[in-house]
Structures are given as structure tokens and as C-alpha cells.
Design a protein around this ligand. Sequence first.
Ligand code: AMP
Length: 113
Amino acid sequence: MDCIFCKIVDGQIPAKIVYEDDKAIAFEDVNPQAPVHVLIIPRKHISTILDIEEEDKGLIGHMYSVGNEIAKRKNIDSRGFRSVMNCNEDGGQAVFHLHLHILGGRSMQWPPG
Ligand code: AMP
């Protein structure tokens, strides 16, 4: 499967990895939209939110726990941050390997664009 994030998981292409464990890895977004912009991905290939299966539910919770850990390490936890998973075209998804965006270090706007 030709998936850029699977290639990051496999070490075939480089990324600035800030966290990794047996289930997930987190790395700096190559095109940051905020002073802090980290992506958390499962090692397992899941294309979109719609492809999350019953057996993945713990994994999704784990991704949010990793997001909390990243927020603390990056000192954006007390001021706050945004966590986003985009889905399909209208959701603005460009990479079809599930990822949780952690954005912080500036005030976020609502509604999002
Ligand atoms: P989305 O639009 O939700 O699918 O987000 C995809 C994100 O992946 C974007 O913010 C991109 O900047 C980011 N991205 C794409 N390729 C890479 C890469 N090789 N390393 C790090 N981030 C990437």
C-alpha cells in the first residue's frame, strides 16, 4: 500500500518524531498551522474515521492520551489546544491514514474555516 504515513511508521521516509510506543507515533507536521502542530497516528493503517472498527476503540482512546502527553510536553496544556481528525473531502482530509492533529500555541478560531 502506498501510504506516506505507513512509510513514516516503517522508517522509509523521515519525520521529526516526538513520541512513539508500540501502538502509535507522533511527529511534527511538515506544514505547521500553529506554533505547535503535531500529528499522532496509529501504527496500524486505518484510512479514515469511518474505518475505525470495534477492536480499534482502545487505540483511538490511546491516541488522545498521547495527545495529552504531547500537550503537556509542549506546554500548551493549560492555555489549551485543538485536537482534530479530518474525514474525507469536505472534512479536509488529505492523507488517508488516520491522524489526530494537535494544534496550539495560539488562540484558535471558531467556527473553523
Ligand atoms: P489532513 O488534511 O487532515 O489529512 O492532514 C494531513 C497533514 O499531514 C497536513 O497537515 C500535512 O501538512 C501533513 N503532512 C503531509 N505529509 C507529511 C509528512 N511527510 N510529514 C509530516 N507531515 C505531513
